[in-house]
Design a protein around this ligand. Structure first.
Ligand code: G6P
Length: 369
């Protein structure tokens, strides 16, 4: 077994480090920077139908649900089509508005999650066409959908999802460009920029993965806290939620992901010197807004862990710990930020000595309702 871990202490750590290579796999043969387009040759959807679709509905569970939430931001912006995102378990028991022009996108690493499969079947019965984003080849969801885009993450052993998520994000970015190009909402030049930035992700991520000391420092200082708040805004709100999910899954520390703008409507009551607050505040369109959250947390003596753009000294003045990502376009920020979230959770859990790869009570794939 240790050979399979290739020298890493846990599968999760191995899978975190594998991400640059797996994202490269996900992009291979699909991205053409020169043409400013994406080729999903295997997908099998009629381009005319794509032009006329009136709504996209994502259904997913767990970490895959957060990939779908990121997709909402990217697809609505680049392809100008309304996107709804539902937890599959919620979608099943309401009376969803689906037409024959609805595209349903189930997102599932395993392709076997019972709720996601049932939600997809329901959408299909109501007339939607289904395009699955799956990792496991020939899984049930992949087989039953009209089309499938595989994430190419390879087998994921750690119960807490890492590389399956980042490859989902890579697919989501490609899908947004693909849709935008077909629907005429994205020109080739803009597409080229986004695709080039996506191409640069593996190299950038690889460099980020060499940083260790800061995470050990955080683990040492924060592993005995009871609770932790994660704040993000825009396409980093789902990443705040995913960061909180990772921490609670493997370290058993209660953690909550919240939209930064909602802090004043509740979580602010929790802040005192005992509460670590992780704030995702890289340079982007909501930077100033999120920066004000830093000030508010600091004013209440909260422990601030900030994720910021490299060299942002303004954030350094406020935060107790600063974690950095390089200065990259907004569409790329979720992909790099989540790696920081994964490492943070991993090192806290490892310091606590939990069963990182098989946390208590959790299953890799939930095939019953
Ligand atoms: C379980 C796993 C999670 C995963 C979720 C959805 O809860 O522990 O890591 O995100 O199921 O799984 P799926 O295979 O549908 O992505």
């Amino acid at each position: 077994v240790s050979a399979e871990k290739q020298g890493y202490k846990h599968f999760m750590l191995k899978e975190i480090h594998e991400q640059p290579a797996r994202i490269t796999d996900a992009l291979r043969g699909r991205v053409s920077v020169d043409r400013g387009d994406v080729d999903f040759g295997e997908m099998g959807f009629d381009e005319e139908w794509i032009k006329g679709l009136d709504k996209i509905v994502f259904v997913a569970c767990g970490t895959s649900y957060y990939a779908a939430q990121v997709a909402k931001y990217t697809i609505e912006e680049l392809a100008r089509v309304p996107v709804e995102v539902d937890l599959a378990s919620e979608f099943r028991y309401r009376n969803p508005l689906i037409t024959e022009n609805t595209l349903c996108i189930p997102v599932s690493q395993s392709g076997e999650t019972a709720d996601t499969l049932a939600a997809m079947r329901q959408a299909s019965e109501l007339g939607a066409k289904c395009l699955a984003i799956c990792n496991v080849i020939e899984s049930t969801i992949a087989r039953e959908a009209e089309g499938v885009v595989y994430t190419q993450a390879g087998p994921e052993i750690g119960v807490a999802s890492t590389k399956a998520f980042t490859t989902q994000l890579a697919v989501v970015s490609m899908l947004a460009v693909w849709l935008g190009r077909r629907r005429g909402t994205l020109d080739a030049e803009e597409a080229r920029e986004i695709l080039q930035a996506l191409r640069d992700v593996p190299g950038t991520m690889d460099k980020m993965l060499h940083e260790k000391a800061i995470y050990k420092h955080i683990a040492y200082n924060y592993s005995d806290v009871n609770s932790c708040l994660y704040l993000g805004r825009g396409n980093l709100y789902p990443i705040a939620c995913e960061g909180a999910l990772k921490l609670k899954e493997i370290s058993y520390i209660h953690a909550e992901g919240y939209a930064a703008g909602e802090m004043k409507h509740g979580p602010i009551a929790l802040i005192d010197e005992n509460l670590p607050v992780v704030i995702l505040v890289p340079k982007n369109r909501v930077y100033e807004k999120v920066f004000s959250n830093l000030e508010e947390v600091k004013a209440r003596q909260g422990q601030l862990i900030a994720l910021a753009t490299e060299g942002d000294n303004g954030v350094r003045d406020f935060a107790d710990v600063v974690l950095e990502i390089p200065d990259v376009p907004e569409y790329i920020q979720p992909l790099l930020s989540v790696v920081v979230m994964q490492l943070l959770a991993y090192h806290v859990a490892d310091f606590k000595g939990t069963d990182v790869d098989q946390p208590r009570n959790l299953a890799k794939s939930v095939t019953v309702e």
